[in-house]
Design a binder for this molecule. Sequence first.
Ligand code: NAG
Ligand code: NAG
Length: 584
Amino acid sequence: MAASKPVEAPGAGGGPAGLSRWQLALVLGAPILLGAGAVYLWGRRAARRGKGARERKTPEGRASPGPGGEGGSGQPDGPGHEEMSPLGRAQAAKNKGNKYFKAGKYELAIQCYTEAISLCPPEKNLDLSTFYQNRAAAYEQLQKWTEVAQDCTRAVELNPKYVKALFRRAKAHEKLDNKKECLEDVTAVCILEAFQNQQSMLLADKVLKLLGKEKAKEKYKNREPLMPSPQFIKSYFSSFTDDIISQPLLKGEKSDEDKDKEGEASEVKENSGYLRAKQYMEEENYDKIISESTKEIEAKGKYMAEALLLRATFYLLIGNASAAKPDLDQVISMEDANVKLRANALIKRGSMYMQQQQPGLSTQDFNTAADIDPQNADVYHHRGQLKILLDQIEEAVEDFDECIRLRPNSALAQAQKCFALYRQAYTGSNALTVQAAMKGFEDVIKKFPKCAEGYALYAQALTDQQQFGKADEMYDKCIDLEPDNATTYVHKGLLQLQWKQDLDKGLELISKAIEIDNKCDFAYETMGTIEVQRGNLDKAIEMFNKAINLAKSEMEMAHLYSLCDAAYAQTEVAKKYGLKPPTL
Ligand SMILES: *[C@@H]1O[C@H](CO)[C@@H](O)[C@H](O)[C@H]1NC(C)=O
Ligand SMILES: *[C@@H]1O[C@H](CO)[C@@H](O)[C@H](O)[C@H]1NC(C)=O
């Protein structure tokens, strides 16, 4: 699980500063935590300003099935004043239509609105747009989506900022499966409503997710495999201690020749593909591992199970879950293979399922791993992380405790246990237990002053508690310990935004992250998010596209496409309607 950024867990809504992803969404993100928050990135500020804005009633006419009131406000010619004028007659027809509408007689209502449209003097834009909008509402009741869209288009041509017509057209486009058009309309609506209306925000979220999924599905299958940075790979393997494949080769396993030139970069002359692969791993020559493992597997060599597991692991690292799965399946089914290998395969398959948002299958694999290898600390460590994602905090704590019992020196498990306790305390809104959890972090960093993760998790909790200065210090400690870890710079950058609204400093830190690791998709994503906030949409799109090309799973790619599409829709809306969300 440590290999990837935390996945968005089902039901893991608005917890406290969870793991990196959610925190990003919370820091910069939506008033309602939707995952694809780019449209609403700045909206949160507005929502905070207007207290209770979330619960605000929807604008008139929106929630009710009725065609709604007059979109064209302030027209001088009210109904009834000039009964005999063409406009008056048109309005009378409209009023009659409204009555039919309320009675559920939509065909008749449509006839009346049509009459109103033909009676209305063409220069009365606002009235005319209302009549079209009302007729669209009646067509909507009859599920005539094409007609709805057409009438809304006329209404919007006459009154470009007509929210009701835009939203109705968005819904019609959704039904017609015109996702791009739907997104554009709903984006305009969100901006016009200052992101205060849940209904339109939810539709935007829905269509962004659909679009993201669709695009990622297409793109992911055709992308080039991509090896993550060596730092990432090493950190991934360091989250396993009870496995076999990531341990250094034993002396006896090396060829005699290698033994002689130990310490030098030796030419690998092993016959075993697996041993060669291991040798490449020690040399950080990761690109060769899959092909060498394949040789072992095809030769049905002595290290068949190891080679399958190693190959699967690298398939996972390059983001090819569908290639990893059969290898993992095979290892798991090899009853006479070393149980450590099978448990490790189960952990990895379980994490893979989690990434694919299949928590049931994931839990099942972790439980099986605990059954077959109950003394394996890795199982509890990784299952604990899964439980946090699933918001099952008590069980997470139990797993971390078990891991600590088996492996008392595991700083990582202790830090993660603290974090779990913190989340639990925070969710329970208990000030005393929150304090106790914060104290727990202090103990952990005292006991394990070299564990970067301890500082990083403490920093997240501190940020959450608005203790920004101290959080910043903790990130600095992380950077001292692991100057090569790009992620920390991104987190520190985000902290500058939240703490001091210091965009320049934030961007500087994130640029530094990219300098350290130009494959850090989290950095590009965050930078894109900030550029959206600054109103630099083109730049934001560029950043999101970089992140898309680096995405480590199809789901992540879908999320990034959603962000990118949201930014793109905003540029389109800006061009078309001259609308722009305020920037920071
Ligand atoms: C995954 O690996 C398989 C087998 O090597 C290959 O056919 C497929 O194209 C790869 N898919 C991706 C998304 O890289
Ligand atoms: C970087 O640090 C974070 C904690 O901030 C940790 O979770 C992650 O595993 C580290 N990544 C690498 C590549 O070392």
